[in-house]
Design a protein around this ligand. Structure first.
Ligand SMILES: *Cc1c(COP(=O)(O)O)cnc(C)c1O
Length: 425
């Protein structure tokens, strides 16, 4: 049976590790730096990328490879590369296609860490990023491009404003510009949405979030769809010999997965950004229940969104799963369900919102989302505090916004906790 055709619930359990006769059912943790060979030629062939195999864990490791395969198959891509963090995934996805002196277009509604990465750190490295409004049309995105634009970047479900990406507009713009559409699919996970089905070329994840799901590991992963035309003239690094790798030409020597091969043998090899095997094991373990968890996260979040919306102490609620949400049509079009994150503001503004979260007992204030526990955060004073007022507005983060990451606990207990906390304001 071809695991590529399995439904996502089955893939989440089985992909990546297929034990042979007498082998362990659970994915083994290959906690080893290197691999033993009995003749020099075998190692030479590995170095020349003429044969498949492992020679040094800074490039590849069997436990990490199993995790990469699971994510690649669930996303419907040809290959994936596991890296140290979601931040690394987004940075290297850009660096792999956009050389120093290049330009990137990105939706302005992004995770705070991505905004600082794009506007500060990439700039220091010679890459300029222009933000376009989240709701920009294809024409508006194309109008913001420059001759040196090399990528278009957006999030499926934005963190923390939970807006849904207009895949149609963004993928049309990317096609017209001849650049890859890179989509951060962290909040949706491949169970709720597969961006490749809607025109994305590269998918990134902070595996730290729902893929792990239990707060054990920081990790990231980058997935390649496999049909982007790197020979369109915009990407000489893919079509001309790589002097750092004996004149390898990625599109010629690795036509099935040129992006992932280049990413691994240039960027991951040279920066040491590979995901540690232990984290790959823990995230793969978490992923075995991904489908079950995402169903529960989504149904609990919908219940909480309805409960908060009807509550007299709540000023507003934003959750794309609500039928009257302006994001609802798009959510139904692209996502199986609306995932577990919502945001709301308390009546009385910023102070009231902060007082409400300070009074929670079951839900905790944690600088994290997408975990089995219910957690809250006030971005304006925490994760997004580096951002200016204009950047906050562009990212869709009003000062009273509370981000609520709804866990998988019993919904009645979560509701009771918010009922008692809201009574205190
Ligand atoms: C958390 C997050 C990141 C960064 O991931 P880390 O694993 O913390 O580095 C990137 N994008 C989104 C959407 C996130 O939620």
């Amino acid at each position: 049976m071809n695991s590529k055709n399995w439904k996502p619930e089955t893939q989440a359990v089985h992909c990546g590790w297929t034990p042979k006769n007498g082998e362990t059912c659970q994915l083994p943790i290959f906690q080893s730096t290197a691999y033993k060979y009995s003749d020099a030629q075998s190692v030479a062939d590995l170095f020349d990328l003429k044969s498949d195999g492992f020679f040094y864990t800074r490039l590849a490791n069997p436990t990490v490879a199993a995790f990469e395969t699971k994510v690649a198959e669930m996303e419907g891509g040809v290959a994936a590369v596991g890296v140290t963090a979601g931040q690394t995934a987004n940075m290297l996805a850009i660096m792999n296609v956009c050389p120093c002196g290049g330009h990137v277009l990105a939706s302005a509604a992004l995770y705070g860490g991505t905004v600082t990465l794009f506007t500060m750190t990439l700039k220091r490295m010679g890459v300029e990023v222009t933000m376009v409004p989240h709701d920009a049309t294809a024409d508006e995105i194309v109008a913001a491009a420059r001759p040196n634009t090399r990528a278009l970047f957006a999030e499926t479900l934005t963190n923390p404003s939970v807006c849904v990406l207009n895949f149609e507009a963004y993928s049309e713009a990317a096609k017209r510009l001849g650049v890859p559409l890179i989509v951060d699919n962290t909040f949706a996970t491949p169970y709720l949405c597969r961006p490749f089905d809607y025109g994305a070329d590269i998918v990134t994840h902070s595996a730290t979030k729902y893929l792990d799901g239990h707060q054990t590991s920081i990790g990231g992963v980058i997935v390649e769809k496999g049909d982007f035309d790197w020979k369109n003239g915009n990407f000489p690094e893919f079509t001309e010999p790589d002097v750092s790798y004996h004149g390898l030409i990625y599109t010629k020597d690795f036509p099935a997965a040129p992006f992932s091969t280049k990413l691994r043998v240039q960027w991951v090899r040279d920066t040491g950004a590979i995901l540690p095997p232990m984290n790959a094991f823990l995230i793969s373990l978490g992923m075995q229940t991904l489908a079950l968890r995402m169903d529960r996260h989504s149904s609990n979040a919908l219940e909480m969104a309805k409960f908060l919306k009807a509550h007299p102490k709540v000023a507003w609620v934003n959750y794309p799963g609500l039928e009257d949400s302006p994001e609802h049509e798009r959510c139904k079009k692209y996502l199986r369900a609306a995932s577990g994150v919502l945001c709301f503001g308390a009546v009385g503004g910023k102070e009231a919102s902060v007082r409400a979260i300070d009074s929670l007992k079951l839900a905790s204030i944690v600088v994290h989302v997408a975990d089995v526990r219910t957690m809250v955060l006030h971005p304006a004073s925490m994760t997004h505090r580096q951002l200016s007022d204009e950047q906050l507005a562009a990212a869709g983060v009003p000062p009273d916004l509370i981000r609520l990451s709804v866990g998988i606990e019993n919904i009645d207990d979560i509701k009771a906790d918010f009922e008692q906390a809201l009574a205190k304001i």
